[in-house]
Design a protein around this ligand. Structure first.
Ligand SMILES: NC(=O)N[C@@H](CC(=O)O)C(=O)O
Ligand SMILES: [Zn+2]
Ligand SMILES: [Zn+2]
Length: 425
């Protein structure tokens, strides 16, 4: 295995030092390290972070390889500074058996760009009727610990209770897409002033908040771990705050787009802004940002949702919801939070790794630690060009926006997956 000496780099915002990587682990951290055999990577002006971990990624394989594959999504992730991603189960076939989660896990190993940790479905076919074989997925080579019907809500409270109870045996987590389906029938965007003006059916905040309120009570009742996907409203933050104050075992994520973009984007009728849950208001954004800083929201997760051109470049009502996220998440976080590196490391690497149980990830560079890390140039600014993205899809809401920060290099177990801003595989 090779050795790399990252010189003069700021580790999570601290004063510049050197980081020596050897045999897949961090061998030493300190100023003035000498290693004649090592390849030198000039870290001047760069910040080293523990490799980012995404708890919510759609890779579309199996089934929609035209939109994304495990390999193309892994490349997008590595370019975004990620060393691990959790792949959502709403593929075709659905990842509701040991066979499918093992296939996704194996494809991730073969691509070798990030660790791909499959998430298993909660219910068979995401149909919300009976539990999938959670135990078999947990025992499989993929060692599934997070289960989610994401894209759909586990709306039946009895099924949700059973799922929470079942995963408690192996300290698993149910990740809920919180959307009361009876309140969002035909919904096209956030229910509010803009939807009224545009005449589009609204997706009210209460459809999310009602499910989160129910689920934190269920999780409390059975003593299980609940994770709330893509929290998008100020009211959800208040429900989470109360639950956490009571000691409920709940964690929550917010996406980069819900921290930055408002429902006024729908005025363009450009379906690139159509997403579930929908873009909300400036008031919601302010509450989400504050909650993320405070820790009421634990992590940033991308909800990277690639869609083929024909599913996005059509009339708003027919377009599929979802937007790309992996290649822009760190830039949005930097834009929203500023250069608060410890906070960024906490919300985008350490805590998501802990929630997912990925023990080799989310660790700051220190001697003996697996060398999963990313180097960021905080001074760089780049203009987002959809055609230049590694994803097979083009549905980024940031096209032609100039964003701060650039990923210069990413290391997975001591080997670079990205160098000079370019993927090596
Ligand atoms: N976020 C979305 O709008 N879409 C996701 C599903 C989901 O995360 O709910 C997708 O799979 O496309
Ligand atoms: Zn979802
Ligand atoms: Zn999703």
């Amino acid at each position: 295995m090779s050795s790399y000496l990252i010189s003069n780099v700021s580790v999570v915002g601290a004063a510049p030092t050197d980081v020596l990587i050897r045999d897949g682990v961090v061998a030493a951290v300190g100023a003035g390290l000498a290693a004649p055999d090592a390849t030198v990577v000039d870290g001047t002006g760069l910040v080293a972070l523990p490799g980012l971990v995404d708890l919510h990624t759609h890779l579309r394989e199996p089934g929609r390889e035209d939109a994304e594959t495990v390999e193309s999504g892994s490349r997008a992730a590595a370019l975004g500074g990620y060393t691990a991603v959790c792949a959502m189960a709403n593929t075709s076939p659905v990842a509701d058996t040991a066979g499918v989660v093992e296939q996704v896990w194996r494809l991730g190993r073969e691509a070798g760009l990030v660790d791909v940790q499959p998430i298993g479905a909660v219910t068979v076919g995401l149909a919300g009727e009976r539990l999938a074989e959670l135990g078999a997925m947990a025992d499989s080579a993929a060692r599934v610990r997070i289960f989610s019907d994401d894209g759909h809500c586990v709306a039946d409270p009895m099924l949700m209770r059973r799922a929470l109870e079942y995963v408690k045996a192996f300290d698993g987590t149910i990740a809920q897409h919180a959307e009361e389906p009876r309140l969002t029938e035909g919904a096209q965007m956030h229910e509010g002033e803009v939807s009224t003006r545009l005449g589009l059916t609204g997706w009210p905040a209460v459809a999310e908040e009602a499910i989160i309120a129910r689920d934190v009570l269920l999780a409390e009742h059975v003593g299980s771990r609940l994770h709330v996907c893509h929290v998008s409203t100020a009211g959800s933050v208040e429900v989470l705050r109360q639950a956490k104050a009571r000691g409920v075992r709940v964690t929550a994520e917010v996406t980069p787009h819900h921290l930055l973009l408002t429902d006024s984007r729908a005025e363009t009728y450009d379906p690139v802004y159509k997403v579930n849950p929908p873009l909300r208001t400036a008031t919601d954004i302010a509450a989400l940002r504050a909650a993320l800083v405070e820790g009421v929201i634990d992590i940033v997760a991308t909800d990277h949702a690639p869609h083929a051109v024909e599913d996005k470049e059509c009339e708003w009502a027919y377009a599929r919801p979802g937007m790309l996220g992996l290649e822009t998440a760190l830039s949005i976080a930097l834009d929203v939070l500023g250069p608060r590196w410890d906070l960024i490391a906490e919300r985008m690497s350490r805590t998501p790794a802990r929630i997912a149980g990925l023990e080799e990830h989310g660790l700051d560079p220190a001697p003996g630690v697996p060398a999963n890390l990313t180097l960021v140039d905080p001074a760089a600014r780049r203009t987002i060009e959809p055609a230049e993205m590694a994803s097979r899809s083009r549905n980024t809401p940031y096209a032609r926006m100039t964003l701060p920060g650039r990923i210069v290099a990413t290391f997975l177990r001591g080997e670079p997956t990205v160098l000079d801003g370019k993927a090596l595989k």
